[in-house]
Design a protein around this ligand. Structure first.
Ligand code: MLT
Length: 411
């Protein structure tokens, strides 16, 4: 009989969001009339920007004409999209990123997992706790960890606790780690990192030969002008960081699929024989072998994000969700709950009241308010006692959900 990858057996029951969906379906089946409002998974609700739709419609027409028809595109993405990203997302903010360092993909979640293909099996890996579960689970799948303990912490990973005391930004580790996952604006806590904090990480990484895997999928939601949007705004980051970006949340592409990863050409890792090898070439080789690129139609849609109309439309989308975040923050605070995040990020991180566990609070909200959020413990042991509320929903749903929750907790 063929054998399996035993590492999968180390994974906890289910990926967090399918597990929530399972519990919500069971509740909905038993209570078919319950008007459930989902503020759990960070999935967008508002329509695609008009500029993107128009560009995609035109791209469909291009595909219908022999003269402009496209077959396989470049695995790295079309140059016209990579150029616009390099100019408008990076060079305009003073980052020395070239179009050839940008790899278009179908999602940051995929890239965050796939990036492990180009790293060796023996790296020490640091993650914050709580953390976006994909970083942990993909390392478990790749055999980079031992089994999980009863708290759900995997042997071999270095967990960096983030909490209200450290403003949900991890202290720089005292030991050497090789790969560090950082996510800012943070999923799940909604925290952001100051320039000084990121500079400290870059110093650490350069001193130890470490690589920072920087997930900036939520950068568009930063409202504070002093907060960096990219790790490449920090001097020295080109030599120690890879950045993941996405069109999912700023342009509503969760169902359309387009993202990109930035691998600077100056970034190097070490081969077993001690030689230094550029990671750009390895990622290029990986993508050329295992990936055939994002569809022409979708890339034209993403390109339209960088038009004048596209920029105005994505700003309106981001502002819309951030107004939801403000309402959530204000209502929950007024109801006496301790609330974090939601100012530079579309996630609000709430301390569960009366010492309730994260899952108990989840059940209470589902059963008494018919509102779905995400239990903090699903993001790691240190998330226990917290709960994440996503601002991605219609205004009507957010207002109604907050009314139900505040009525419950004021009572
Ligand atoms: C979340 O809710 O944490 C996000 O939807 C995860 C993701 O974007 O994959």
């Amino acid at each position: 009989m063929a054998t399996i990858n035993d590492n999968y057996l180390k994974l906890k029951a289910g990926y967090l969001f399918p597990e929530i969906a399972r519990r919500v379906s069971a509740f909905a089946e038993a209570n078919p009339e319950a008007p459930i409002i989902k503020l759990g998974i960070g999935d967008v609700t508002e329509p695609l920007p008009e500029a993107c739709r128009t560009a995609m419609i035109q791209a469909v027409e291009d595909m219908g004409d022999r003269a402009s028809f496209k077959g396989y595109g470049p695995e790295q993405g079309y140059p016209w999209l990579r150029e616009k990203i390099a100019q408008q997302d990076f060079q305009s903010r003073g980052c020395q990123i070239d179009a050839s360092e940008i790899f278009i993909s179908d999602g940051s979640k995929c890239d965050c997992g796939n990036i492990l293909d180009i790293f060796g099996p023996d790296n020490s890996i640091a993650v914050t706790d709580p953390v976006y579960p994909v970083y942990v689970d993909t390392n478990v799948m790749a055999g980079h960890t031992g089994p999980a303990n009863e708290r759900g912490e995997y042997e071999g990973l270095v967990y960096l606790p983030i909490n209200a005391e450290n403003s949900f930004t991890a202290s720089i580790p005292t030991q050497k780690v090789d790969l560090i996952y950082l996510c800012f604006p943070n999923n799940p806590t909604g925290a952001v990192a100051t320039r000084e904090h990121l500079q400290a990480w870059v110093h650490y990484a350069r001193a130890h030969g470490s690589i920072i895997l920087f997930d900036a999928a939520y950068e568009a939601f930063i409202t504070d002008p002093a907060i960096p949007h990219s790790i490449f705004e920090i001097e020295g980051a080109r030599d120690c960081a890879i950045e993941f970006r996405s069109f999912s949340k700023n342009a509503g592409f969760t169902g359309t699929r387009c993202a990109f990863t930035v691998v600077p050409k100056s970034l190097k890792g070490q081969a077993t024989d001690g030689s230094e090898v550029a990671l750009h070439g390895l990622w290029n080789r990986r993508q050329s072998t295992k990936f055939n690129g994002v569809s022409y139609i979708v890339q034209r849609g993403a390109e339209a994000v960088y038009s004048e109309a596209g920029q105005a439309q994505i700003k309106a989308l981001v502002d819309f969700y951030m107004e939801n975040a403000r309402l959530i923050r204000e209502q929950l605070t007024a109801a006496g709950l301790s609330v974090y995040g939601g100012v530079n990020a579309p996630y609000v991180w709430v301390k569960t009241p009366n010492g309730l566990s994260s899952w108990d609070f989840f059940d209470k909200l589902l059963h008494t308010c018919n509102v779905v959020g995400t239990p903090g413990s699903g993001f790691g042991a240190a998330g226990e006692g917290y709960f994440r509320i996503s601002a991605f929903n219609s205004r009507e749903h957010v207002v109604e959900a907050m009314k139900r929750v505040t009525d419950k907790f004021r009572a």
